[in-house]
Design a protein around this ligand. Structure first.
Ligand code: ASP
Length: 452
């Protein structure tokens, strides 16, 4: 069995929805279909989820909601009209939205916001199920409530209650035909609607794939595959990545690969379900498979990424290496200040701590430096801002001599200075810090060296 998830751009209008139906019907294994709310139809358009947030905020402010209400209904009505589904489904969607809006007086603002946000996928799943039925197929809408998708944590940032896996598995074992399931939300133990973070339909798909032990989790989006480098930086990149491992995906996602969200796929990764990223607009393309392990060609790289927004806390102290507990006390200071650290490369008498710039905003900088000076009495402490981390990733780099040398030579030839390097013992990736201004030139140089 395959679980397929279709994102907002795959469901933005009737033409896209017809492509989705064709894709699902092309393979009888595609039995569970997770849908997002309708997304943007063109670049200047607004996603239905954003229209719903606007509607919720207008209602919370006690203002007239007619315009926002009409804008949401219009998106569904346009699809229902084009697909000739009849007026009934649109009336049901209107009633549903009115019911939700009426709860503004009884719910806390964050609960109300989630109730409205969830309406995007919930109503879309109902409409998509109708569209399948209109094409004479056995399909039904299934709700997160009846199947037991129980969430905990904060509204707008909820997480799955792990006990749900068993409940979901039981519920799905009773279904026949194609099941259309809304992404992005579930219910708290108290029966309130709660949503995952934005983009959360990916999480729903991943959870269902794990719950039913799917053969594959197909995530349909609007790119042919995951590319080894950002095509906005290297426009000539043509070949996508056919297969990569979960570890490679995680490393690339960490460094800003935008196609997938590594948090979202955790349930599928833990259950070792292969993930297939595919394009709704080019369904014949095989896309990118993400799996537990793969055959590798020694000396090859799978992708090159560059992440921004890092800074380096550099602490120098003569004879630091002889001072027992120096590193622990430095990290304890960061813990006290509520700063998560990312990497910690060191020299003989210097210790660097790379942190996300947002974890160490300018206003906090002075206090943190003074705290380090007070407790560790270093010779100097400085903060180096505006760093970009280049990541060269590939299981094939393991035990191969010269990979790092190749990267350094490429950067040196492009006149790019390296601020810091780091490689974990897994050898699945290495990291090079450079100045943000050099990012694009560095990515191009590395791409040419490893893929050119
Ligand atoms: N519709 C939600 C959003 O725009 C969830 C999703 O599409 O995955 O964030």
């Amino acid at each position: 069995m395959k679980v397929c998830k279709f994102g907002g751009s795959s469901l933005a209008n009737a033409a896209q929805l017809n492509k989705v139906i064709d894709i699902v019907l092309a393979d009888p294994a595609r039995r569970i279909v997770v849908v997002s709310a309708p997304g943007k139809r063109h670049s200047g358009d607004t996603k239905v989820t954003d229209l719903l947030i606007d509607l919720a905020n207008t209602a919370l402010a006690g203002e007239n909601t007619d315009r926002q209400f009409g804008a949401v209904v219009e998106r569904y009505a346009e699809m229902a009209d084009t697909l000739k589904l009849g007026g009934e489904i649109v009336r049901r969607i209107e009633m549903d939205l009115m019911d939700r809006l009426a709860q503004v007086a009884t719910l806390a603002p964050d609960e109300f916001l989630d109730l409205l946000k969830a309406a995007g996928e919930d109503n879309n799943a109902k409409l998509v199920a109708e569209a399948f039925v209109a094409r004479g197929k056995k399909a039904r809408y299934a709700s997160p409530k009846e199947t037991g998708m129980t969430l905990t944590g904060r509204f707008g940032d909820a997480q799955l209650d792990p006990a749900s896996y068993a409940t979901l598995a039981r519920a799905f074992s009773n279904f026949e035909g194609i099941v259309i399931y809304p992404g992005f939300f579930g219910y708290t133990k108290e029966g309130k609607v709660a949503t995952f973070p934005r983009g959360g339909s990916d999480i729903t798909g991943s959870i269902l794939a794990a719950a039913v032990c799917a053969d594959v989790y197909e995530n349909f989006t609007d790119v042919d595959s995951v590319y080894p480098v950002d095509p906005r930086i290297v426009s000539e990149v043509r070949e996508g990545i056919p297969t990569m491992t979960y570890r490679e995906m995680r490393e690339l996602a960490y460094a800003g690969f935008g196609v997938f969200n590594d948090d979202a796929v955790i349930p599928a990764v833990r259950a070792r379900i292969p993930i297939n990223i595919r394009n709704t607009n080019h369904p014949s393309e095989p896309g990118t498979m993400i799996v537990q392990s793969r055959r590798v060609v020694p000396g090859t790289v799978v992708g090159i990424a560059a992440a921004e927004g890092f800074c380096n806390i550099v602490v120098d102290k003569y004879l630091m290496n002889r001072e027992i507990g120096f590193g622990r006390r430095l990290l304890a200071i960061l813990e006290d200040e509520g700063i998560a650290y990312e990497h910690m490369p060191s020299g003989v008498d210097s210790q660097c701590v790379i942190v996300k710039s947002q974890a160490l905003p300018k206003e906090k900088e002075r206090r943190v430096v003074q705290h380090i000076q007070r407790e560790l009495k270093p010779d100097s402490v400085s903060i180096d801002r505006d760093l970009s981390l280049l990541m060269v990733v590939g299981e094939g780099m393991c035990y191969t001599a010269g990979m790092f040398a190749k990267a350094c030579l490429a950067l040196a030839s492009a006149g790019i200075n390296i601020s810091m390097v780091n490689q974990g013992s897994s050898e699945v990736s290495f990291m090079i810090a450079i100045r943000v201004k050099d990012r694009d030139a560095a990515v191009r140089a590395l791409y040419k060296a490893f893929f050119g």
